[in-house]
Design a protein around this ligand. Structure first.
Ligand SMILES: NC(=O)c1ccc[n+]([C@@H]2O[C@H](COP(=O)([O-])OP(=O)(O)OC[C@H]3O[C@@H](n4cnc5c(N)ncnc54)[C@H](O)[C@@H]3O)[C@@H](O)[C@H]2O)c1
Length: 258
């Protein structure tokens, strides 16, 4: 997909990777950009910057997200590309309360489902469309120190994969973005990005660069850190050996990078 002339929405676009995507899509000549974020002020500020449409929306509220999509399409026209990018992380494992698991499930996974549920039938009806879903390298490998992040990001990859398979012949295109550490609020205070930063910390603008290239090629898997492809191959080649390597990494970094 070339971005020039396209109508695009990005969630979690008030800060970080989402904001960098909105800015870069604008620079690529997108026709209109809708900026959605829980932080309404940040959404409005980025919308001003990219001559877009901004709203404070909680992506875990299905009705509010569907309403926002209705309003965007009424105001800007049919969406060519929808980016489910909002995400959260916190440390913890099996001991975390169900409510904490649910929070991460809702933002990192269910919100992708809600967007697809609203948009896929419409996109099919009008001949096609594109979904870009931000997962993480943790969705292909794991996140040392956070079980719900690993699980929800795997879920996000699985959902994107399923949509690509099921609706690909009806011209629904899907890419899933799987970076390691990126210099945003999410990694702020974690020196070097912690365990996710073993291959270096990228800037949000680097992620936007990789996304433009990945969308240009209509590639499913967008890997701004090229090493992730090799790790994913090694995992598939010999799962037990890969688990051993990850245990060594866990021992090196501890439970959660302090
Ligand atoms: N930073 C990293 O190292 C990294 C690595 C891999 C993947 N990711 C993923 O990239 C995406 C963007 O993260 P980021 O690094 O830019 O973090 P960030 O914290 O800078 O940005 C996340 C944005 O999502 C918004 N948001 C959170 N919950 C929301 C909700 N319920 N509804 C609407 N908006 C909500 C926040 O307000 C924020 O603007 C996330 O899905 C994250 O998991 C980040």
């Amino acid at each position: 997909m070339q971005l020039e002339g396209k109508t695009i929405a990005v969630t979690g676009a008030g800060h970080g990777i989402g904001r960098a995507l909105a800015r870069r899509f604008h620079a690529e000549g997108a026709r209109a950009i809708a900026v959605l974020d829980l932080d309404a002020d940040a959404a409005a500020a980025v919308a001003d910057e990219v001559v877009g449409w901004g709203r404070g929306v909680d992506v875990t509220d299905e009705a509010a997200l569907a309403q926002a999509i209705d309003d965007i399409e009424a105001d800007l026209g049919p969406l060519d590309l929808f980016c489910s990018n909002a995400g959260i992380v916190f440390p913890g494992g099996v001991e975390l309360l169900n409510a904490d698991w649910q929070k991460m499930i809702d933002v990192n996974l269910m919100a992708h489902l809600y967007a697809a549920r609203t948009l896929v039938p419409r996109m099919i009806e009008r001949g096609g469309g594109y979904l870009l879903n931000t997962a993480s390298a943790a969705g292909l490998l794991t996140q040392i120190g956070s079980a719900p992040y690993s699980v929800t990001k795997h879920g996000a990859v699985a959902l994107a994969e399923w949509i690509a398979i099921t609706y690909g012949d009806r011209n629904i295109k899907v890419s899933v973005l799987c970076p390691q550490a990126v210099n945003t609020a999410m990694t702020a205070g974690i020196d070097g990005g912690g365990v996710a930063g073993v291959d270096g910390m990228l800037e949000p603008e680097d992620i936007a660069e990789a996304v433009v290239a990945g969308l240009g090629d209509e590639r499913f898997l967008i890997l701004p850190h090229a090493e992730v492809a090799e790790y994913f191959r090694r995992k598939a080649d010999d799962y037990d050996r890969w688990l051993g390597g990850m245990r060594r990494l866990q021992a090196r970094f501890g439970e959660w990078p302090a």
